[in-house]
Design a protein around this ligand. Sequence first.
Ligand SMILES: *Cc1c(COP(=O)(O)O)cnc(C)c1O
Length: 361
Amino acid sequence: MNKVYNFSAGPSTMPKHVLKRAEKEMLNYNHSGQSVMEMSHRSKIFQEILEDTKSLIRNIMDIPDNYDILFLQGGASSQFAMVPLNLFGKYKSADFILTGQWSTKAYNEAKKYGDANIIASSKDKNFSYIPKVDKEMVNPNADFLFYCMNNTIYGTKFNYIPNSKNIPLVSDISSFILSEPIDVSKFGVLYACAQKNLGPAGLTIVIIRKDLLNHALSITPTMFNYSVHSEHNSLYNTPPCYCIYICKLMLEWIKDEIGSLENMKKINQQKANILYNYIDNSTLFHSYVDKSCRSLMNIPFVTKSKELDDKFIKQATLNNIINIKGHRSIGGMRASIYNAMPIEGVEFLVDFMQKFEKENS
Ligand SMILES: *Cc1c(COP(=O)(O)O)cnc(C)c1O
């Protein structure tokens, strides 16, 4: 079997350390005689896994006590509906900052349940930058202000937290969570699907300020009601047990091997710099993302033509660089270098790009 470097935007590469531990514990978790997959979600041993995962997230992300952490299913895409259904209690209105496909989807979903207003957008330049939003732009009668912190497809990230005054701030942090510290106290709701930086697909984490619970619209399906999941400690129904366990291993990896999110950010910055520095000095490869808001996690780039892009993707794949193709909506290439991508992976990619550049210019 070849060693491959997987640059997929999600599901994405996982730390070898985590996979090895999962392998070791696969048949017999902690002397229980069972795999985590086989355990009752109501058993004491699984409850411990759930509680450990919760407290690890709380500690690593420094989440204040007045926030609850929920373990849900349905992916980040279900949150596009869950957020308005649960927060539209007062005005049935929300403000949106559109910076790409995911925030556009969130906006379109919210429109089904009330008013959704776009207060800023970067669509005019194909989402290649992050618009500046100040507090005067925020509607005082909105139930929340929504934005996507890191734009997985376009490769941009917010390098500031919008000031929403007293309006709860909601952010999709699917491709940002655990990559660097976040001041959680500035937010009403943060959510992330797992398959970028938390573990396998199937788990979605919601971090919600407790005073925002219990305001759901009456039409809200029981399974879409944050309060129901909060009251039952994410055990209203069967949670994605095995995904939660892998998420625990991912968190332990950060705690034990990386140390802190400050360290994680340093490493991520270092990895991204290697690739950006090369692209900035290349005569073949080009990034169209505004330099002030470049993502550390997702780095899209192009050559001079679609034909050459296709050739690059093909040759890269033959050289054990997989899933480097850009999102189907924008083409080109994209290197997703989440927490688990080792620095050697980025160096390997840059070496290959250099070689390709020499042969094709
Ligand atoms: C991947 C991603 C999603 C979609 O997640 P699903 O779990 O597939 O629904 C939504 N938002 C962002 C920012 C993402 O990166």
